[in-house]
Design a protein around this ligand. Sequence first.
Ligand code: HEM
Length: 391
Amino acid sequence: MPHAPVDDTITIPQMVRDPYSVYARLRRETPVLHVKALGRTLLTRAEHTKWVKDSPELFSTNDPDTPMQRAFRAHTLMRKDGEEHARERGAMAPAFSGRNINQCWTPTYTRIAEDYVAALPRGETVDLFTDLTGPYAAACLSHLLGIPEVDAHTMQRWSQILIDGAGNFGWDPALFAECDRANDEMDAVFITAADRHRAEPDQSALSVMVNAEDPIAQSQIHSNIKIAIGGGINEPRDAALTIIYGLLSNPDQFDACKRDGLWTQAFEEGVRWVAPIQVSSRVAKEDVEIGGFVIPKGDTVMTSQASANHDEAVFENGHLFDIFRAKTPHQAFGNGPHFCQGTHIARRMLANILLPMLFERFPNMELADAGKVAFTGFGFRGPRSLPVVLN
Ligand code: HEM
C-alpha cells in the first residue's frame, strides 16, 4: 500500500489566515496528505478524523514531538492513554457532573455574567473580546477549578503563556522561561488553595481531586488544573464571539433566536462553523490504513475537526453559519476517550446563561464594523476582537 502523498506548498501562515479554503481543496483532492510544514499527515474528512479519535487501540495521544510537556513541566491527561488517562480524567469528573452544573456552577456563572453584562455601557462601542467573553470565561473557570481568588486577568495571562509554551515548536528558551515563572505562580496558588479545600471541601476540580479517597499524585493534580486553564478559557471565549458574530451578520437568524430562544442551536452552529480547537494530533501505534494509504507505526496524524465540520459528505453548505440547519453531530468537542470534558459546562455557560442575558439587555446590538472582524488561528481559531455597538 502506498504512503500518503507529500505536500511542500502549504505554509503555516496560510493555515493561520485561511485554513478553510485549504481544507475544502484537500477534502476534494488529497484528504490524507503529509504536510511538510506541519510535520504530520493531515486528515480532513469527517469519517477519518472520527475514526482516528474513536480508535484509541490504534492511536495514542502521546505525541512525543510537542513542547507541551516542557511548557507544563509535566505530562497532562490530554497526552495519556488507557487506564492512566481514565484515572486522571475520572479524578476531575465529579466537578463536571450534571448535578454540580445545576447546583453549583449555574448560580455562580449567572452571578458572574450579570456583573459583566451590567458593566457594559449602553450606546457605546465596546470590544466583546476584552470586555466580556475573555474575562467571563476566565472567571467561570476559576470557580470550576477551585481557585476563585485568582482574578480573570491573571487566569487569562497564565492560559496564554501555557498555550504559547505548548506551541513553542521553535523551542525558544525565553518562552519556556516565561512558562516556568507562570508554573511557579500557579503551583504556589494551588498549594495554598489545596490546604483550604482540605479544610473546607467543595465541588470544584481541585477540591474533589485533593479530597479523593485515593488521590492522584500532586504533580498530576497540578498539571491537569493547568491543562484546564490552558484549554478552558480560549474555547468558550472564542465560541461566544463566533456565535455573536454569526448572529449579528445574519439578521433573520438573530431575530428568530431572540424571538424563539434558539440559543442552543446558535451555540452548536457556532462551534461547528468555526471550531474553537481546530486540530488534534494522534500517533499511530502500529501500521494502519487510512483512505488507501499506509500510516506507518510512530507517524503522527493531525485530525482536523475544523475540516470535518465542513465536510460536504455530512453538511450542506458547511461554510455558512445557519442555525436552522438539520441537527447533525459535529466534531467540535472531539470524539472518543478524550472527548472534551467541559462540553456541558461550555454549553451551560453560553447557551443558557451568557447569550440570552446579553441579548435581553442589548437586543439591538450591531457590529461596529462588519468588514473589520478577522478570524485567525490554526490550532485555536476565533476573532481576536469583536467591536459592537451596544443598544
Ligand atoms: C466551546 C468550548 C470548548 C470546545 C469547543 C472544546 C473543545 C475540546 C476538544 C476538541 C477537546 C479534545 C482534544 C483532543 O481530542 O485531543 C477538548 C478536550 C478537553 N477539554 Fe474542552 N472545549 C471547550 C471548553 C472546555 C471547557 C470550558 C473546559 C473546562 C475545563 C474544557 C476542558 C477540557 C479538558 C479537560 C479536555 C481534555 C479531555 C481529555 O483529554 O480527556 N473544555 N476540548
